[in-house]
Design a protein. Structure first.
Length: 511
């Protein structure tokens, strides 16, 4: 497989994912504003924390989805299509069993917790239970959908995401229209509409998979030996993802216990904006992930190491382009986006974006570790750090710390996780720590400082308003482009960009 073919496929798949992301972002930001206005801050916070309890159970599903994608990619890399069909059928069977396990947990332990310990007004407990049941339904649908979504990624058919997103966008617009025009309890109505949307989107993806991929025409199949192999691979993932869910959604519950639903609303909005920005990077990494796995399966370790470095570096730069203006102007952006901005949303968002920059530059290394199949040490370290984060957050809040301290601890945790991944890759594929810091960390730090200096000066010099937002945005884009070109890319990458730019200019001139 040539490097140019890899690059071309990566660019095509990334563009398809960006189309999906831009569409969903525009619709998502619009609908979030209307939903917050229709529900109010407290009900929006209730929806966020109740959904988070269901997500806390997602550690089972997340672990299995990683394993499913990895095993499908391995069979594709071997070009063993008969075994691919069996592997897909087996993963569907496993996920059916997993859905049953999660349903039992949700309807026992989870149901008890929301009724006995959640910090919500007494008169809203009925609505809370409706939201919870709708969240459980949506989550079970997602569990059963995992093998199909993994097939799309493994096949690198990212255009399917773009096509389905058109229908999903229409459903979300319909959801907002119905929410604002239907009478009754808005929180319950919103939960029911979200559940219906999740089911419709999942069925659409399943339809496309059955039509396009022969292995997705499910027939019951069970192989105890292969099932043990898959479960064994994901065994340590169960521990790490449980602690990951505990540190993420568990701290959301802690914030609810110590500060109430209003802080959950602020956290939910901050994570939504940050998630929107990080989608620009996650789409690129989703497109790059299968190539990392396939180069490892093919034994092309040198090419794999180069791809990891490139993906880590470019991922950071992609996020940085949007992160700098949002960090500086998030206060004004939130004011023009939302009718009522919950307190502390601005500082939460700034810290979460910084944490995202650290996380983004390390995620491709996890994809490489998944490709090796030897993930026990990674998952133990991941679990330990997340457990320490949750315990540290709880201790800090008990001693009177502010909600902001929880988010600052998250940045430290992600930095430690990045270092752990580098050390593990050094052992498994002779990944150079020195080269990683020289080609990823140092260029990222230099480019971030250079690109952010002028926008920061403009932010401090002008008063809040549209003029400053526009000036910061334009200066940030220009400074990022110049800094990345001269200090962020390698000599060969710079040469490639110049050649492509000259070719494009000549074509436009001739046209």
């Amino acid at each position: 497989m040539s490097e140019h073919a890899d690059t071309k496929r990566l660019m095509r798949n990334t563009l398809m994912l960006y189309f999906r992301m831009l569409l969903s972002t525009c619709i998502g930001l619009y609908t979030s504003r209307i939903v917050l206005e229709a529900l109010g801050i407290d009900d929006f916070g209730i929806y966020n924390v109740v959904g988070g309890i269901v997500t806390l159970l997602a550690f089972l599903n997340t672990s299995m989805s990683r394993g499913t994608e990895r095993f499908l990619l391995v069979e594709l890399g071997k070009k063993d299509f008969e075994e691919l069909k069996k592997t897909f059928a087996l993963t569907v069977t496993i996920h059916c069993g997993l859905a049953l396990v999660i349903l039992i947990f949700a309807e026992t332990l989870g149901l008890w917790f929301i009724n006995a310990h959640l910090n919500v007004p007494a008169e809203r407990i009925c609505a809370v239970n409706w939201v919870y049941q709708c969240s459980v339904f949506s989550f079970i649908v997602g569990v059963l959908q995992v093998p199909y979504m993994a097939s799309i990624v493994a096949r690198e058919r990212m255009s399917i995401y773009a096509y389905v997103s058109l229908g999903e966008a229409a459903l979300k617009l319909l959801l907002v229209f119905l929410l604002t025009h239907l009478g009754g309890d808005k929180l319950i109505i919103y939960a029911l509409l979200c559940a219906g949307t999740s089911f419709s989107v999942a069925m659409t993806y399943r339809f496309f998979c059955r039509i396009l991929f022969e292995e997705c025409r499910f027939r019951f199949y069970f192989d105890a030996k292969k099932a043990r192999e898959i479960v064994s691979f994901t065994g340590w993932s169960l521990v790490s993802h449980f602690t990951g869910a505990l540190s993420g959604q568990g701290t959301n519950i802690l914030l609810n216990q110590f500060f109430g639903p209003a802080v959950n609303a602020a956290r939910g909005i901050a994570f939504q904006v940050s998630g929107t920005i990080q989608n620009f990077v996650s789409n690129f990494q989703t497109a790059a992930g299968p190539q990392i796995v396939k180069t490892h399966v093919a034994g092309e370790i040198a090419q794999e190491r180069a791809l990891i470095l490139k993906t880590c570096r470019l991922s950071f730069f992609l996020l940085m382009i949007f992160a700098i203006p949002v960090i500086l102007e998030c206060g004004f952006i939130l004011k023009i986006w939302l009718v009522s901005v919950p307190a502390q949303t601005e500082i939460f968002l700034q810290i979460i974006i910084i944490q995202g920059l650290v996380t983004t530059s390390a995620l491709p290394m996890f994809q490489a570790l998944m490709a090796t199949g030897n993930i026990r040490a990674h998952q133990i370290g991941f679990a330990a750090l997340h457990a320490l984060y949750f315990a540290g957050s709880y201790a800090a809040l008990c001693f009177g710390a502010t909600a902001t301290s929880v988010f600052l601890l998250g940045v430290i945790m992600e930095a430690l996780m990045m270092c752990w991944r580098v050390l593990l890759l050094k052992k498994q594929i002779q990944f150079s720590v020195r080269i990683y810091f020289r080609q990823v960390v140092v260029p990222a730090g230099v480019v971030f400082i250079l690109a952010g200096t002028l926008p920061l000066f403009i932010h401090l010099s002008l008063g809040e308003g549209w003029l400053r937002l526009l000036a910061v945005g334009i200066s940030s884009l220009v400074c990022c482009a110049i800094s990345i070109f001269f200090f962020g890319v390698t000599l060969s990458e710079r040469k490639f960009l110049l050649e492509k730019s000259v070719l494009k200019f000549r074509n436009l001139w001739r046209a």
